[in-house]
Design a protein around this ligand. Structure first.
Ligand code: FBP
Length: 556
């Protein structure tokens, strides 16, 4: 198979491990920390996880390995959306397994969690693993979004594990997948299945983080990739001086990706969904805020700019959320058929007008027609509007255009406004992992094996002190139940890992907030350029500004 020069070079890259894991598997011992309790709802979580609740946090350190060196057969699963570095988690896990005992085996379940239930697997060997070292993507075994959550699934999983002699399962996933990892761990423990479960924190969205997990893997590379593209757009924008670029970036609900890209590139506008929600902003208020920047810049002769829009923002606009809920209701069950039977958009529009409350119809009515139609065309399997498919970058540029037209008519603005649109998401999810992600992921995988060897169950592989060079990173494990609380999901109380949204009193947002006026009215663009893999550490190994600010490091 033909491979690129970079791919070949990356095969040879040696990921950096935390100092304490560098002494050989035989020289790693466990230091026990305190017993843990869940972040909230302690009694309820304890009752749901009697076997795995309250265990001690642990760190690894240099010392004689006292784990019982039983042969291990480990199964690994990639779960959910792709994130750069997933291959390296598997490589790190494989290398540690083989270092401990050449006879240890690693099995990859194909296509995500469903691979375990369907017993669709591959067994890794050196050649297989070597072809994926330090590369992006999840194509080594594929991924999927099937949830492992029912007792029936757990029973099948137990049988599959028995068949292969599996001693542990490593689940590489986001908050939901790791919640399910905790539930599976508890099931295995209660049923004395003899199978441990270890999770690894993955997602480009950056919303799996807390006091213990400093960041999920993939966030670093994905945001660097989008920031490179946004920086390039800014430079084009500042060269051509004739377009306003509206750039939507992935991240589902949380705005961590948008915020990090803003810190990296200093655009004129960046919306933060969490702020929109807190301030209960309306679509018009958001459009006015952007239009103010357009007008201020235009008065200085700059009819160009860049606005970053987080993927999930419309869901955080209270009036839009209400509109979506009413539309879902309006088209529930048989009513959808009556709607679909209407021949023209004009007839459909009347149907909608009659069905919505006046308040929601007024919101609907200010939307551009393409967006109005999207709300009725794109449905998920449950019949709900798929908010992530709404082209919010186009929605906001259209609303801004309307505001500017009014300002023009009132003699308040005399500029030009030509908008272009972009959506960056898939461009970053399978990029070659940055050195940070390559190192972090390899360490998470290697560390996951150490947790397995020492017999831990229901733990998340934890590598911390990440804003420091890798030799100072700290490796260990944290019971997943510590990160859980009870939340209402689909009408039921469920134990889940709390999703981390952008904290409006956190240092990254505060930094952005204190600079955004200047960025909105002037041209303060930063051009981060492409990810560098080879060269000085200060160019190649730096992680995100978000992490730096969270750790109290100055970024100016
Ligand atoms: P995970 O939470 O599974 O890591 O996925 C995140 C994500 O990349 C989001 O940013 C995005 O909204 C979503 O996946 C897209 O999903 P899909 O790959 O199914 O289109």
């Amino acid at each position: 198979m033909k491979i690129s020069a970079l791919q070949k070079a990356r095969y040879e890259y040696q990921p950096k491990l935390p100092g304490m894991l560098r002494n050989g598997v035989e020289n790693i011992c466990v230091k026990e920390g305190k017993e843990t309790e869940s972040v909230a709802d302690q009694a309820k979580i304890k009752a749901l996880f009697p076997e795995t609740y309250g265990k001690k946090e642990i760190t690894f350190e240099k010392g004689k390995n006292t784990a019982c060196a039983k042969p291990q057969v480990v199964g690994v699963i990639l779960s959910g959306g792709q994130a750069p570095g997933g291959h390296n988690v598997i490589c790190g896990l494989y290398d540690a397994l083989k270092k401990a005992n050449k006879g240890n085996k690693l099995i990859g379940f194909k296509g995500g969690p469903s691979g375990l239930i369907e017993d669709s697997f591959v067994e890794f060997d050196d050649a297989f693993i070597d072809a994926y070292r330090n590369t992006g993507g999840f194509d080594i075994i594929g991924s999927g979004r099937t949830k492992l959550e029912t007792v029936e699934q757990f029973k099948v999983a137990t049988e599959v594990c028995k068949k292969h002699g599996i001693t542990a399962i490593v689940i590489i996933g986001g908050d939901d997948s790791n919640t399910n990892a905790a539930v599976l761990a508890e099931y295995f423990a209660q049923n004395k299945a003899g199978v441990q479960v270890i999770g690894c924190p993955k997602t480009i969205d950056g919303d799996l983080k807390n006091d213990d997990i400093e960041c999920s893997f993939g966030f670093d590379t994905a945001t660097k990739t989008y920031s490179e593209l946004i920086g390039n757009i800014e430079r084009d924008c500042n060269s051509a001086k004739k377009y306003w670029h509206f750039v939507k970036v992935m991240g589902r609900s949380a705005s961590h990706v948008a915020l990090e890209c803003a810190l990296e590139t200093q655009p004129n506008i960046c919306l933060i969904s969490e702020e929109v929600e807190l301030k209960k902003m309306s679509l018009s208020q958001i459009a006015n805020q952007i239009a103010d920047s357009v007008v201020a810049r235009s008065k200085k002769g700059m009819n160009f700019g860049v606005a970053i829009i987080p993927e999930g923002v419309v869901e955080f606009v209270p009036e839009f959320k209400k509109l979506i809920a009413e539309i879902n209701e309006l088209l529930a069950g048989a009513k959808a058929e009556a709607f679909n039977a209407l021949a023209t958009w004009a007839e459909k529009y009347e149907f909608i007008k009659k069905g919505l409350s006046t308040e929601s119809f007024n919101v609907f009515d200010i939307l551009p027609q393409t967006i109005q139609q999207q709300l009725f065309l794109e449905r998920d399997p449950h019949g709900n509007v798929q908010v992530s498919l709404i082209e919010s970058e186009k929605l906001f540029s259209a609303l801004v255009k309307d505001v500017l037209a009014k300002k023009k008519a009132a003699g308040e603005y005399n500029g030009k406004f030509n908008a272009l649109h972009h959506f960056f998401g898939y461009e970053g999810r399978c990029a070659f992992p940055s050195n940070f992600d390559a190192d972090y992921c390899y360490s998470l995988g290697y560390n996951a094996f150490m947790l397995i060897q020492y017999g831990f169950n229901g733990y998340l592989s934890k590598v911390s002190n990440l804003s420091k060079p890798a030799d100072q990173w700290i490796a260990g494990g944290m019971p997943i139940t510590k990160m859980m609380n009870i939340e209402r999901r689909h009408g039921e109380d469920k134990p889940v890992i709390r999703k981390a949204l952008v904290e409006l009193d956190g240092a990254p947002f505060k930094y952005f907030e204190s600079h955004r006026k200047e960025w909105a009215e002037n041209t303060c663009y930063l051009y981060p350029g492409a990810i560098q893999y080879y060269g000085p550490a200060e160019v190649c190994d730096l992680t995100t500004k978000t992490l730096a600010l969270e750790k109290g490091i100055k970024i100016d």
